[in-house]
Design a protein around this ligand. Structure first.
Ligand code: SF4
Length: 56
C-alpha cells in the first residue's frame, strides 16, 4: 500500500488499509450511514472501503 502520497487521515486502526493514521487505499468510497437518515454531520457518513483487520 502507498501511504506516501496519501492525504487521507483516518483513525480506524481496525482497517487493513490503515497505517499510522493514514489511509493506504488507492481510492475510497464514502456513503451515508443510514438509509432513511438525512446526513447533517460527519457522524452520518461511513467509509465503504473499510475492510476488517484483526489487530489482536
Ligand atoms: S479504507 Fe476507509 S476506514 Fe480504511 S483506512 Fe481508508 S479511510 Fe480509513
Amino acid at each position: 500500500m502507498n501511504y506516501m502520497n496519501n492525504r487521507i487521515k483516518c483513525q480506524v486502526e481496525e482497517c487493513i488499509y490503515n497505517g499510522d493514521g493514514l489511509c493506504g487505499a488507492e481510492s475510497i468510497e464514502v456513503k451515508s450511514s443510514g438509509k432513511s437518515m438525512r446526513v447533517g454531520t460527519s457522524e452520518g457518513t461511513r467509509c465503504s472501503t473499510f475492510k476488517y483487520k484483526n489487530i489482536k
